[in-house]
Design a protein around this ligand. Structure first.
Ligand code: AMP
Ligand code: TRP
Length: 324
């Protein structure tokens, strides 16, 4: 089974990215063949500054490696190192109706938040489908906001196979974990574009400040509280053990527990879970060859698969591949 996923290099990674996506990526790479890439072509829809793009691309690689991804096991690479995805995106665009893209929630959300409605943003799902289909991927671990894009990918694989009467493209499945939508400090979905994130690699002081700023209601300390209606608890349950989560839920219901106490515990869990990774990240940052070599090696492995699938696709369409 081949697992594939991508993360855009469009900002610093946050707890939503980790709990919803990266955590599954790292778990899955222990027992499966995994391809993970930095979606820097996609990031151009929002970041149009070359220095910043270079920095953010490297940041995502560092984050993965610091969090425990072994680049000898999973192929970690830059999307742009397999430029064939752009060719496949074009081919998919010729079999996909405009209506499908017009229904994309993510496109509508981004425009509502002020992202420029470029053709790139509109065709974002075509490139994402190409990213997935070009590696014959079986499983795509993502957060809930990406599920529609994966359903569109399944549709596009079908459109292509039907148009040419051959089963060339493999239909992938999405994989969600329990953290399918992590709330931000204001209670909306945690997102770079909302400015409501707790970043993964903030200094302990800054992270604590963000955690202490999570919005809660004004129920007095003594009163019973509903754990299922609290943003702090929603994040805590994704980071604490099941036993601690149970105890905390009981304490909410019993009354006498202040939100401040829960926030402090969440800040501790953050430090327990990311403290060591922060140190590892600082060491890796000083070893730029290691990071670059890992990305180049990952791209080689990924590209070997992509060129084979593209040869199949071209052949199915009657496009001639010149073999060198
Ligand atoms: P992006 O930063 O948009 O490239 O997202 C990278 C991955 O993180 C995708 O799989 C998203 O679904 C996931 N993700 C982003 N924000 C959240 C969130 N608030 N909760 C759960 N998953 C998320
Ligand atoms: N659109 C994804 C996001 O914003 C990133 C992405 C690009 C992706 N290509 C992909 C995720 C392919 C999974 C598979 O999170």
């Amino acid at each position: 089974m081949r697992v594939l996923s991508g993360i855009q290099s469009s900002g610093k990674l946050h707890l939503g990215n980790y709990l919803g996506a990266l955590k599954q990526h790292i778990e899955l790479h222990r027992d499966h063949e995994c391809f993970y890439f930095i979606a820097n072509y996609h990031a151009l829809t929002t970041v149009q500054d070359a220095d910043r793009q270079r920095e953010l691309t490297r940041d995502v690689a560092l984050d993965y490696l610091a969090l425990g991804l072994d680049p000898n096991k999973a192929a970690l690479f830059r999307q742009t190192d397999v430029p064939e995805v752009c060719e496949l995106a074009w081919i998919l665009s010729t079999v996909t109706g405009r209506g499908l893209l017009e229904r994309a929630h993510s496109y509508k959300d981004k425009i509502a938040k002020g992202v420029a409605p470029s053709m790139g943003l509109m065709s974002y799902p075509l490139l994402m489908a190409a990213d997935i289909l070009i590696y014959d991927s079986d499983l795509v671990p993502v957060g809930k906001d990406q599920v529609q894009h994966i359903e569109m990918t399944q549709d596009m694989a079908g459109y292509f196979n039907n148009a040419y009467g051959v089963e060339v493209l493999k239909r992938p499945e999405a994989r969600l974990n329990q953290a399918y939508t992590v709330p931000g400090i204001d209670g909306q979905k945690m997102s770079k574009t909302y400015g409501n994130t707790v970043d993964l690699f903030d200094t302990p002081k800054k992270a604590r400040k963000r955690i202490m700023a999570i919005k809660t209601d004004s129920t007095p300390v003594e009163d019973p509280k509903d754990p299922d209606a609290c943003n702090v608890f929603a994040i805590l349950r994704l980071m604490a053990s099941p036993e601690e989560t149970e105890e905390m839920a009981a304490a909410y219901r019993g009354g006498g527990l202040g939100y401040g106490t829960v926030k402090k515990r969440l800040a501790e869990l953050y430090e327990e879970q990311f403290g060591a990774a922060r140190e590892r990240r600082a060491q890796l940052e000083a070893d730029s060859d290691y990071v670059e070599d890992a990305l180049i090696d990952g791209a080689k492995r990924a590209r070997a698969v992509a060129t084979k699938v593209m040869a199949r696709v071209r052949d199915a369409c009657g496009l001639v591949t010149v073999r060198s």
